[in-house]
Design a protein around this ligand. Structure first.
Ligand code: AMP
Length: 187
């Protein structure tokens, strides 16, 4: 069964997702990472994608869904996937559900819970360490957080109603949170 990771920017989602994927043998699909690769590709599409990423806005639906579609098509059926950063709104959710269903794949979700104030503090630390341009600008970070509450939370609530979401407390150390995730998913 595949996994879909949710968490506000700063919740540690990406770090936890990478570690879990490595330890348990998931192929990781990181939406932001895939889009950053396109941004750096030196193509016209890259220039377009750059505008959205650098402003903290969602990249257009067709672009991100094409990337997901291609990734899923290229992963063997028996290889489980960990999705990080997709779906982020209800349109993406509908398309994502269809892509997975059409490939005969099933998934459950992990939501790392963290409130906005704690998330802002964490992001400040991450911007200093990793030097991500889209984390350094406070206004853009807040924009991405607003998008999470406006759009992604609706996706999570719908998956919750379908009984697909495991909730994990996102406060504490990386180790503590990792332990909670593994307990929730039963490993
Ligand atoms: P992240 O690394 O998940 O914080 O994503 C970085 C940036 O990539 C976001 O601010 C968006 O501009 C873009 N992005 C990531 N995931 C998506 C997605 N599912 N849909 C649209 N844009 C996305």
């Amino acid at each position: 069964m595949d996994l879909v990771f949710f968490g506000i920017q700063g919740s540690g989602k990406g770090t936890q997702a990478k570690r879990l994927a490595e330890e348990l043998g998931y192929y990781i699909f990181e939406a932001g990472g895939e889009l950053r690769k396109i941004r750096e590709s030196g193509t016209e599409l890259g220039e377009l994608v750059k505008k959205y990423i650098d402003n903290g806005e969602l990249v257009p639906f067709e672009i991100i869904m094409e990337v997901v579609n291609e990734a899923v098509a290229n992963v063997p059926d028996d290889q489980k996937i960990l999705f990080d950063g997709i779906p982020r709104d209800e349109d993406q959710m509908m398309a994502f559900d269809k892509i997975l269903a059409d490939s005969g794949r099933e998934f459950r979700c992990v939501h790392i819970l963290l409130d906005k104030d704690d998330a802002v503090e964490r992001i400040k630390g991450r911007a200093e360490i990793e030097g991500r341009a889209d984390d350094a600008d406070q206004e853009k970070v807040l924009r991405r957080m607003d998008l999470f509450f406006e759009k992604t939370m609706r996706v999570i609530e719908k998956y919750m109603a379908e009984g697909k979401v495991l909730e994990v407390d996102g406060k504490g150390s990386v180790e503590e949170i990792y332990g909670r995730i593994k307990r929730e998913i039963g490993n």
